[in-house]
Design a binder for this molecule. Structure first.
Ligand SMILES: Cc1ncc(COP(=O)(O)O)c(C=O)c1O
Ligand SMILES: N[C@@H](CCOP(=O)(O)O)C(=O)O
Length: 522
């Protein structure tokens, strides 16, 4: 990527250490076997006020509560994805190391829905709401606050969490009003997270399960992934927190510097490979079938159990009202299915009465799903993905293609695409209204703009754009844009710094000119 002499080189700052404070909501809010037995919905969970013992940490405290409360009876297992339940007996414990079904297809985590249905929608809404904003282990996490729907059987003691999730839902007031004539537009900032992307949501689940497997003496020496930069950042951080070796395969010179430094800093074993993401993915699949390395990409359906909580969180943030549209940028295509699954579970378990329409947005330079959609879902063809500023979705052979098609067909969904100029302009436009988004969110915003301009999305439709990574990971592309250094791109919203002589007269001259051009029109 180009850099500019107009801009100062980046500098590093150190964040102060977060000190947790300890407060209510305990493991006793988890349903118990006795309340299941009489099959009547339990009363809303109590929010207990208590103090943690002076010599206890939050894990100890959770341990004390869990040994006092009986097992709740919820469970989950792997089953072949989208298989007819009556025609297959194939299933695997989550404690097995398996990524594919016997026929080579994808797997899915299937929850015991009958057990979950012993509790009504009101119960689940109240339980989830009672856990937000607390530091009780592990429910202070936006993912583990939904533990019964994620990994119900894991011991809280095995969980590796950075209290991820609970990301802000930003009301895009000015962007919506000024550019789209919309008043109910929201951006779910999943990139405001521990490692700066939505991958944390899935990785806390995967690494927690690995932690459990290692305690059970299963042969997992390390955890590996192929990555365009965000999966590797999340994997290396969670593994480092757990003391588990991580191995990452990165396509050389195809990810941002900020993303490259994350696994390096977290102590991962980083292989920079002269291939693209699809080549790295192929290699990690081969390697993990030979060596005791657990596969951390979203081919592993455990990841999606964490990622689906972002959908549940959106409903929760709207006080359990369902938005009309949710727009998600797509690459390897696990996340669009995770959103579908989260929304669908909420409907099936009575928390809401419908699901939103989903839109998957792709870069035109890496658009195999878009082409498939445009062909009327006829035979899928993988492609060679071209370079895109949305580098984390430069993927031509997505592993979760079947999951994505399923999610879109079952949500009356749409697929859109964005050219390089469109995605960069959308990103700059959003930034000019106070956001600082990544190019992938620029892809999603372009989809919104197109669907709004064609009238598919109406002015009062409640719409959520999922922002998948923090803009600070992609400063190189923003600098290139604002320096107008991108070949064949007008960069029409560029806002480069003005170099001025350091004297009073020169500074006054440029300021007066600027202020006149910005004078309010009363
Ligand atoms: C920032 C960012 N946005 C979007 C995506 C797409 O997610 P998925 O691969 O689940 O489609 C990825 C990764 O692929 C990503 O890193
Ligand atoms: N954008 C991803 C690509 C891999 O996706 P995954 O969800 O299958 O791990 C990345 O950041 O590596």
């Amino acid at each position: 990527m180009a850099s500019s002499s107009l801009f100062q080189p980046p500098s590093f700052s150190v964040r102060s250490k977060h000190k947790p404070h300890f407060s209510p909501v305990t493991a006793s809010t988890v349903p118990s076997d006795s309340s299941l037995a009489n099959n009547s919905p339990p009363p809303p969970p109590p929010v207990l006020k208590h103090r943690r013992l002076a010599d206890e940490n939050i894990r100890d405290e959770a341990r004390r509560h869990s040994s006092a409360s009986p097992h709740h009876g919820f469970s989950a297992k792997y089953v072949p994805f989208n298989a007819d339940p009556s025609s297959t007996a194939e299933s695997y414990s989550l404690d097995e190391i398996v990524y594919r079904s016997q026929s080579g297809g994808l797997l899915d985590v299937q929850h015991d829905m009958d057990a979950l249905k012993n509790y009504d929608g009101h119960y689940w809404r109240t339980l989830f709401d009672s856990r937000v904003g607390k530091t009780t282990w592990p429910y202070g996490s936006g993912v583990w606050s939904k533990k019964e729907w994620v990994l119900p059987e894991i011991d809280s003691d095995d969980i590796i969490s950075a209290f991820e999730g609970n990301s802000n839902l930003f009301w895009a007031e000015r962007f919506g009003k000024q550019f789209l004539g919309m008043n109910d537009l929201w951006v779910k900032h999943c990139g405001n997270s521990h490692t700066g992307s939505f991958k944390d949501l899935g990785m806390t689940v995967l690494v927690s399960q690995v932690n459990r497997l290692r305690k059970m003496n299963r042969p997992v020496f390390g955890v590996g992934c192929a990555s365009t930069g965000d999966t590797s950042a999340a994997l290396s951080a969670y593994c480092a927190a757990a003391g588990i070796p991580s191995i990452v395969f990165l396509p050389a010179n195809r990810i941002s510097i900020a993303q490259l430094v994350q696994p390096i800093a977290n102590g991962a074993f980083v292989l920079s490979l002269d291939t693209d993401f699809d080549g790295c993915m192929q290699l990690i699949r081969e390697v993990t079938s030979e060596l005791p390395i657990y596969l951390a990409n979203s081919l592993n359906s455990l990841r999606l159990e964490g990622q689906k909580t972002a959908a549940i969180e959106i409903l929760q943030q709207f006080d359990w009202e369902v938005p009309d549209w949710v727009i998600v940028p797509g690459g390897n295509l696990g996340n669009i299915y995770a959103f579908y699954k989260g929304f669908h579970m909420c409907k099936e378990l009575g928390l809401v009465d419908r699901i939103p329409r989903l839109v998957c947005a792709q870069a035109a330079n890496a658009n195999p799903l878009y082409l498939h959609y445009k062909s009327g879902w006829t035979e899928f063809k993988s492609i060679k993905a071209n370079t895109t500023f949305a580098s984390a979705i430069q993927i031509g052979d997505p592993v979760s293609i079947d999951r994505a098609v399923y999610a879109l067909k079952n949500s009356n969904g749409i697929v859109e695409e964005a050219t390089e100029e469109e995605l960069m302009d959308s990103m700059a436009q959003a930034d000019s209204t106070g956001m600082f988004i990544c190019p992938h969110t620029g892809v999603a915003l372009t989809a919104l703009i197109k669907l709004r301009n064609s009238g598919v999305i109406g002015p009062t439709d409640r719409t959520v754009v999922v922002s998948t990574a923090h803009g600070l990971k992609f400063t190189q592309s923003k600098i290139a844009y604002h320096s107008k250094e991108i070949a064949d791109m007008a960069c029409r919203l560029a806002n480069p710094p003005v170099h001025v002589k350091a004297d009073y007269g020169s500074v006054m001259d440029v300021l007066k000119k600027y202020l006149l051009s910005r004078a309010p029109k009363y």
